[in-house]
Design a protein. Structure first.
Length: 369
């Protein structure tokens, strides 16, 4: 009885909160079956580097864009993760603890000539190559207090860009190399911010009380993919590069993290635990592009708040529609009277309080992100 009530409530909530928002694409393809995290597309779009425990420890692997030809690049007892290709495809930067600390390393695209780039006592994570390949942005510090740094691609010339005690995470370069987007908590909320490459003119793109981060800038520069806990689950979202038009791309009860755009902008690879462990999946984003355009033309207050001069705030929701509800939405009438809808929801809330609690979850990312 509780599950039935929860199902009906979620349908009604979906109708009330999404209105005329276009449906997200449902085509998802699983590429790995023996664990996979932190996918990264090669610049030519033909390969994906990723981290996997297939060999027992977390190592760097490479596979074809369709999941074929899996090849292990690192093989040791240490944690190797967060690979990122250089713009020319000749190198892969990654995070390793082989020297007793999580540092940023670089190697050839074939796993040779490994070189340590950071030598400090802090944890250095989330490397991101500048589009010209000359710089690497990264986060440095001790959990949860990280700052954004930039260094030359050979490890020299390290420069700190943010100086906050709150924490700045997961920097990514804009495709033109002029800006760096990142996640921050400096205002007390979880924000996605953007600044110039030298750290100046820092501003909020989107903010809210639920966790959001793990950014990926589209090759065209007009979209940013990110992970958000806004709707009670870690899902992949996409927004315009100015922070408007945020739309949820994935919608199920599992966690979707680590998004990365394909070079042609047609797909996003990500990690999901929907098969029982984290694996690499790919989803098409063609229809989300139009959905964002539609949302900008006709804002939907229940999903995206009206833009302000400094930020675009997503309205936080406690419940998220599961995939069955998503597929049934086309069969439901969209013209339900709002008074009848609210009355029905109120009645169901009284009968299903315990069921609703099942939707709640922690508001901090897993350590393995």
């Amino acid at each position: 009885m509780r599950m039935a009530l929860k199902f009906v409530f979620t349908i009604l909530l979906l109708l009330a909160s999404t209105g005329n928002v276009s449906a997200m694409p449902a085509k998802e393809v699983q590429l790995t079956t023996s664990s996979g995290m932190f996918p990264s597309w090669s610049p030519d779009g033909e390969k994906i580097a990723y981290s996997s425990r297939q060999s027992g420890t977390l190592d760097i692997w490479v596979m074809g864009k369709d999941g074929s030809g899996k090849r292990q690049l690192t093989s040791d007892i240490y944690l190797d993760e967060q690979p990122i290709w250089s713009p020319d495809g000749s190198k892969i930067a990654f995070v390793s603890e082989r020297n007793g600390n999580q540092d940023i390393w670089v190697m050839s695209a074939y796993g040779k000539n490994k070189k340590r780039l950071t030598l400090g006592k802090e944890r250095e994570l989330s490397p991101s190559f500048s589009p010209d390949g000359k710089k690497i942005a990264y986060m440095s510090g001790t959990y949860p207090n990280y700052d954004i740094w930039v260094m030359n691609a050979d490890g020299s010339g390290k420069k700190q860009l943010t100086f906050d005690t709150s924490g700045e995470w997961t920097p990514v370069w804009s495709p033109d190399g002029e800006k760096i987007a990142y996640m921050s908590t400096k205002s007390g909320n979880y924000e996605i911010r953007v600044m110039n490459r030298d750290g100046s003119e820092d501003k909020i793109l989107i903010t809210g009380t639920y966790w959001k981060g793990q950014l990926s800038w589209s090759t065209g520069g007009n979209k940013i993919a990110f992970v958000s806990y806004q709707s009670g689950n870690y899902d992949i979202w996409v927004m315009n590069a100015d922070g408007t038009g945020a739309q949820k791309l994935t919608a199920n009860e599992f966690w979707q993290v680590n998004p990365t755009w394909s070079p042609d902008g047609a797909k996003i690879a990500y990690s999901s635990d929907q098969s029982g462990m984290y694996e690499i999946w790919v989803i098409g984003v063609e229809s989300v592009q139009q959905a964002i355009v539609d949302t900008v033309a006709t804002p939907v207050p229940a999903v995206v708040a009206a833009p302000s001069p400094s930020a675009n705030t997503i309205k936080e929701e406690e419940l998220t529609p599961d995939r069955d509800v998503q597929s049934l939405r086309d069969y439901l009438e969209r013209g339900i009277e709002i008074t009848l809808l609210l009355a029905t929801i109120s009645l169901i809330l009284l009968l299903s309080r315990l069921s609703i609690m099942e939707f709640h979850g922690i508001q901090a990312p897993r350590k393995t992100f």
